[in-house]
Design a protein around this ligand. Sequence first.
Ligand SMILES: Cc1cc2nc3c(=O)[nH]c(=O)nc-3n(C[C@H](O)[C@H](O)[C@H](O)COP(=O)(O)O)c2cc1C
Length: 366
Amino acid sequence: MPADALFQPFEFKGLKLPNRVVMAPMTRSKSPGGVATEDVAAYYARRAAAEVGLIVSEGTGVARPASLNDPDIPRFHGEAELAAWKRVIDAVHAAGGLMAPQLWHVGAVRSRRQDWAPAGPYDSPSGLSSPGHKFGEGMSDADVADAISAFASAAASAKQLGFDAVELHGAHGYLIDQFFWEGTNERRDLFGGPTVGDRANFAAEILKAVRAAVGPDFPVIIRLSQWKQQDFAAKIAPTPADMEAWLAPLAAAGADAFHCSQRRFWEPEFEGSDLNFAGWAKKLTGKVAITVGSVGLSGEFIAAYGGEASKPASLDELLRRLERGDFDLVAVGRALLQDPLWARKVHEGRTGELLDFERSAMATLY
Ligand SMILES: Cc1cc2nc3c(=O)[nH]c(=O)nc-3n(C[C@H](O)[C@H](O)[C@H](O)COP(=O)(O)O)c2cc1C
């Protein structure tokens, strides 16, 4: 089946995308001291030059002392750090691409390196890394306010540096998701409570602050997931009504697009319909929806961390859903990490040239 549907232009909030292919955010830990290098800029520019419609950067830390759990993940605050990101966006633009930084706070997630600890205490809603697991202290009112403004100033910097959009990392059990998840949010103030709407207030306040910082016309994406790295079976929204209660306040607060993270895009979200998470997000909010999860590959990404290789897989089911209008954009992770030319090869029907995903690709920045 020709992949024409993936190569139709798409526009939202004034962002004119040449096609539907989005590079998924992927942490590479190749920015020593938190400063993106020339190699990082070249890595993104290679994908921009080969028909990736929109690049979402690896997660990049906002200005809180413990927003990151690894010293080699790039920060999105500080003079040297932002100057490095300026070189990245300029390189991507020079190659004809468009790019959003993924603004990130890891929350209560342990350091990836035993020889390194963040500069200050861990942030989390209630001092829990997963249900029942104590990890640091819950954030004070002042901490919460400071975290919200850290996201807003990072978004303002993104716009000022010339990025084309911004994405908030609200998925996978990191800080924003720790607020959504009842298992890690025991607060009973404005930022917690028994309903998912209560627990969405932290993200909503971030979105409002980001929107105020970037103005009405700048595209703002939020990435969400039901699953958590702490619990693959977790669900923020067990029913469509809960999903509406979760997403509607985020849309009202300023989200233009929902980037709906699944490990396998074809898995239905609720019984009785084959719609996936992105399909439901678009149906319930009318906003732009991005799907992701094992596009073009036979195995999923968590297994890839364990060393499992994946083979190229058919795009037919993805195209069926895209053509049906379930979602607008398609994010591709490992296939683009492995091969900067993936989008071009798919566009030109060079399927025989598509590569297996090998874990060794994660070690290099080609
Ligand atoms: C090496 C690696 C790093 C990742 N880092 C991030 C990240 O920083 N932020 C994020 O939201 N997702 C991250 N992900 C998840 C991907 O964005 C994507 O959702 C996942 O890989 C599934 O897509 P794929 O099956 O096409 O690889 C990462 C995935 C990989 C493989």
